[in-house]
Design a protein around this ligand. Sequence first.
Ligand SMILES: NC(=O)c1ccc[n+]([C@@H]2O[C@H](COP(=O)([O-])OP(=O)(O)OC[C@H]3O[C@@H](n4cnc5c(N)ncnc54)[C@H](OP(=O)(O)O)[C@@H]3O)[C@@H](O)[C@H]2O)c1
Length: 262
Amino acid sequence: MQLKGKKVLITGGSRGIGKCMITELVKHGVQDIAVIGRDKDSLKALREEFESVNFLFVRGDVGDINALREISSKVEDEWGSLDVLINNAGVVSAGPLDEQSDEDIYDQIAVNLTAVVVITKYCIPILKRSDDAAILNVSSGLGLIGMPFYSVYASTKAAVRQFSDAIRRELEPDHISVTCVYPAATDTDMMTTSKAQNMDTPEHVAEKSIDGLINKKLHVIFGGEERLQESKLNFESPEKLDAKIAESYDERREASLEHKSM
Ligand SMILES: NC(=O)c1ccc[n+]([C@@H]2O[C@H](COP(=O)([O-])OP(=O)(O)OC[C@H]3O[C@@H](n4cnc5c(N)ncnc54)[C@H](OP(=O)(O)O)[C@@H]3O)[C@@H](O)[C@H]2O)c1
């Protein structure tokens, strides 16, 4: 697809990977971008940083269904149609499941999964008015391989993968392409409280993700050959991967305890 002149709605475009995706979109000639995020100052800063962009903003929480209704209605009222929907906003709260607060469990599912499904539902009618529409969903490497102490986050991201496959097949007659990306550990605010090392840069992840969108790739998987091999092992001999992961059980538990970005 050609991005020049396209109208794009992105969730969580104010920081991290989402903001770097805006940089990529602008490089490819996008001028109309709608963003939903919770922090007013970060949204304001986008307008100052990207002077060439006509932004539509909704300050709100994607976990709130009214905010999703508001952004999709705003796009319909102002633009009449939509070319690209990017479901990027995400949160994480790691640690043993029995130590997670009920609120963190509900909020991770609401932000990482329910919001993706609901905003996509609201956007389908306006995407259908575009001649060349696409959806980009941000899953995670943990959506391919369920790691201990990330049971809730990993479940939401695996569901994003499954949703991407299902909705792609459902929208086939409408020629709306669906790309799902699976970042590995990426150096953003989300990872400040993690102990991850050798992280990808958000610029790299955004560039490859937008390239996947343009080329209508179904899946963009980060983490190199090692991630692909682990994913294969996870499917073919999960007990072998269980044994490998068990070797670093205590280390993984310890590292997860502080990791939270909600
Ligand atoms: N960083 C990684 O290692 C990594 C790895 C795999 C997958 N991912 C996925 O990549 C995506 C982007 O993550 P990131 O690393 O760029 O995170 P980030 O730097 O923490 O940025 C998250 C973005 O989402 C927005 N957001 C979060 N919760 C929201 C809510 N309830 N309502 C509206 N907006 C919300 C934030 O804006 P406000 O705070 O202003 O609302 C911000 O713009 C996420 O889906 C994440 O799960 C990240």
